[in-house]
Design a protein around this ligand. Structure first.
Ligand code: FRU
Length: 492
C-alpha cells in the first residue's frame, strides 16, 4: 500500500505551492505539473473511457528529487484535469524514487509498471544504485496499491530502468533500458505469462561505439509494416548539426516478431531537431492511432520557470505514421483543432527586403502557413515569433537559402536560453509549416511532420508579436492562418 501519510504530505505540499505558482510562462495548452518539478511522461494509457498521463514529479519543489508519479486525465485528449499523486516513493524497493515506466489496462485494471530506484552510497552517486521493476494496480484509476518487485536486473547490470509493457497474441512483453558492463546502452526484452511472471528473452538491440553508454525510456511498437524501437540514448557526441542536445531521443526501424531477433533496417534517427525533446513515450488511442508525448525540456538546461515555482512540461500529443518512403512522421494530434479560437487569415503576398509585422499575438497560438520555396530567392526569409516591441526579444524560424537550411534561432528568445538548431531544407516547391506557440515553447512541424523542431523560449509575455520577413530578395507567402488557442485546463 502507498503510505497514506506520505501521500498526504506530498498532496499538501503540492496544494500549498500551487498557490504561489506564477503564471507568466505557465503553458495554456501543454501539460505541466500543478506545481513543482516534471520530467518524463509515464504510464500513457487509454482505460475505461479516459486517457491517463502520469509523469515524473517532485511535488515538494521545482527541482528534481525523489520521484513521485503525478497524474492527469482527459476524456478527449484536449481538456485535462490534474489528479491526485499516483505513486509516492519510500518502500524498500523504491525508497529513493518511482522512476519512469508505463501503464497497461489489464482486463479493466489500470496497472503501473515502473522502476524502483535506490541510492546505495549517497544521493546522486550514479555509480552505486539499485534499480528494479515494480508494479502497482488501481481499482478506480486514481488510487494505486503497490505490489513490489516483478523484475530484478540480470547479473552485471546496475542501470536498469524505464519498463514499457504491451500485450501481443495473449503474451505480455516488456522492454527495459540498460547500460551493459562495457558502458554501452542496450534494450532488454522480457516476456511474461502474467504481469507478475517475467522471463528474460535477451538483448533486443544494443549500442555500437557511437550510440551512447545508456539507453533510457525504450518503447517498441509496430508502425506500418515495420517495428520501431524508440529510445533516449545518453552519451552520443555531436556530429555536425546533429546530436547537439545534452541527450538525444530517436528511433531505429526494423522487423520483428515474437521469438525472433529484431532485424535492423534503418540506423538511428533523431525524432525532433529542436533543443527540448526527451524521453518520449507512445500509446494507442481509442481508435487505434499511435501517439506520443515527449518531455519538452532537457537535462541540465536553464529553467527560468523555477523562479516561478514549477519546471517541466510535455510536448503536444503527436501522431506517428510511416510514410511511403519509410520515414517516420510526427504530427500534432487532430483533436487539438478543437482548441482553435478566432482565426486570422492573410491572402497570398510577397515580401521584398521587408519585414511585415502582423497585428496578432503570439502568446498562445497556432499558425499554419506555406512558403513558395521555388519562387522565393531572398537570402533569408521566415517568421519572427514572440517579438517584443523594441525587438530586443525575437525567436526566428527561417529558411537560409544559401545554405539550404531551416533554422530555429533562439539567440534572442529571453531568459536563460540561446543558440540555434537547424535541419536540411526539405525538397519540394512548397514549405508547409504548422507552428504552435505557448507561453514558454515553440513547436514547428515541417511538411506534414517530416521534421519537427521543439524548443522552450522565455521572452517577456507582454506584447509578443509576430512578423514575416525577407532579407536581400523576395519571398512568397502562399497561405497564412493564425488561431488564438484556448486553454486545456478547467477555468479556475
Ligand atoms: C529520463 C530518466 C529516466 C528515469 C527518470 C528519472 O529522463 O532519467 O531514465 O527513469 O528520468 O526521473
Amino acid at each position: 500500500m502507498i503510505k497514506n501519510q506520505t501521500l498526504h504530505d506530498a498532496s499538501q505540499a503540492q496544494r500549498l505551492l500551487e498557490k504561489q505558482r506564477k503564471a507568466r510562462f505557465y503553458p495554456a495548452f501543454h501539460l505541466a505539473p500543478p506545481t513543482g518539478w516534471m520530467n518524463d511522461p509515464n504510464g500513457l494509457a487509454y482505460c475505461d473511457g479516459r486517457y491517463h498521463v502520469f509523469y515524473q514529479h517532485h511535488p515538494y519543489d521545482e527541482h528534481w528529487g525523489p520521484m513521485h508519479w503525478g497524474h492527469m486525465t482527459s476524456h478527449d485528449l484536449v481538456h485535462w484535469q490534474h489528479q491526485p499523486i499516483a505513486l509516492v516513493p519510500g518502500d524498500a524497493f523504491d525508497r529513493d524514487g518511482c522512476f519512469s515506466g508505463c501503464a497497461v489496462n489489464d482486463n479493466g485494471v489500470l496497472t503501473l509498471i515502473y522502476t524502483g530506484h535506490v541510492w546505495l552510497q549517497g544521493v546522486g552517486n550514479d555509480g552505486a544504485i539499485r534499480q528494479v521493476q515494480c508494479i502497482a494496480t488501481s481499482e478506480d484509476g486514481l488510487h494505486f496499491t503497490k505490489h513490489g518487485v516483478i523484475v530484478t536486473p540480470p547479473d552485471g547490470i546496475m542501470h536498469f530502468r524505464d519498463p514499457k509493457v504491451w500485450k501481443q497474441n495473449g503474451r505480455w512483453f516488456m522492454v527495459v533500458g540498460a547500460r551493459d558492463a562495457n558502458d554501452r546502452g542496450q534494450v532488454l526484452l522480457y516476456s511474461g505469462t502474467s504481469l507478475f511472471q517475467w522471463r528474460l528473452e535477451g538483448v533486443l538491440a544494443k549500442a555500437d561505439r557511437w550510440l551512447g553508454y545508456m539507453w533510457e525510456c525504450p518503447d517498441f511498437f509496430p508502425l506500418g509494416d515495420k517495428y520501431l524501437l524508440m529510445f533516449s540514448p545518453q552519451g552520443m557526441t555531436p556530429e555536425g548539426y546533429r546530436y547537439r542536445n545534452r541527450f538525444q531521443s530517436g528511433y531505429i526501424l526494423g522487423r520483428w516478431q515474437p521469438d525472433h531477433p529484431f532485424t535492423l533496417e534503418q540506423h538511428f534517427q533523431e525524432l525532433d531537431s529542436g533543443h527540448d525533446f526527451y524521453a518520449p513515450q507512445s500509446f494507442v488511442t481509442a481508435d487505434g492511432r499511435r501517439l506520443l508525448f515527449g518531455w519538452m525540456d532537457m537535462w541540465e538546461s536553464e529553467r527560468p520557470t523555477q523562479a516561478d515555482g514549477w519546471a517541466g512540461c510535455l510536448t503536444l500529443p503527436r501522431e506517428l505514421s510511416l510514410d511511403a518512403q519509410g520515414r517516420v512522421r510526427m504530427m500534432p494530434a487532430r483533436e487539438l483543432q478543437a482548441l482553435r479560437r478566432e482565426a486570422h487569415t492573410l491572402p497570398a503576398f510577397s515580401l521584398k527586403n521587408q519585414r511585415r509585422r502582423l497585428g496578432i499575438s503570439a502568446l498562445q497560438a497556432e499558425i499554419h502557413m506555406t512558403w513558395d520555396i521555388q519562387k522565393s530567392q531572398a537570402e533569408r526569409f521566415g517568421i519572427e515569433i514572440a517579438v517584443s516591441d523594441d525587438r530586443r526579444y525575437v525567436t526566428r524560424f527561417y529558411v537560409d537559402t544559401q545554405s539550404r537550411r531551416l533554422v530555429l534561432d533562439r539567440s534572442q528568445s529571453g531568459l536563460g536560453v540561446g543558440g540555434y538548431r537547424s535541419v536540411t531544407l526539405p525538397d519540394g516547391d512548397t514549405l508547409d509549416l504548422r507552428i504552435f506557440i505557448d507561453r514558454s515553447s515553440v513547436e514547428v512541424f515541417v511538411n506534414q511532420g517530416e521534421t519537427c523542431l521543439t524548443s522552450r523560449i522565455y521572452p517577456p509575455t507582454e506584447g509578443r508579436g509576430i512578423a514575416l520577413y525577407a532579407e536581400n530578395g523576395e519571398a512568397y507567402c502562399q497561405t497564412f492562418t493564425h488561431w488564438q488557442m484556448a486553454s486545456i485546463y478547467p477555468e479556475p
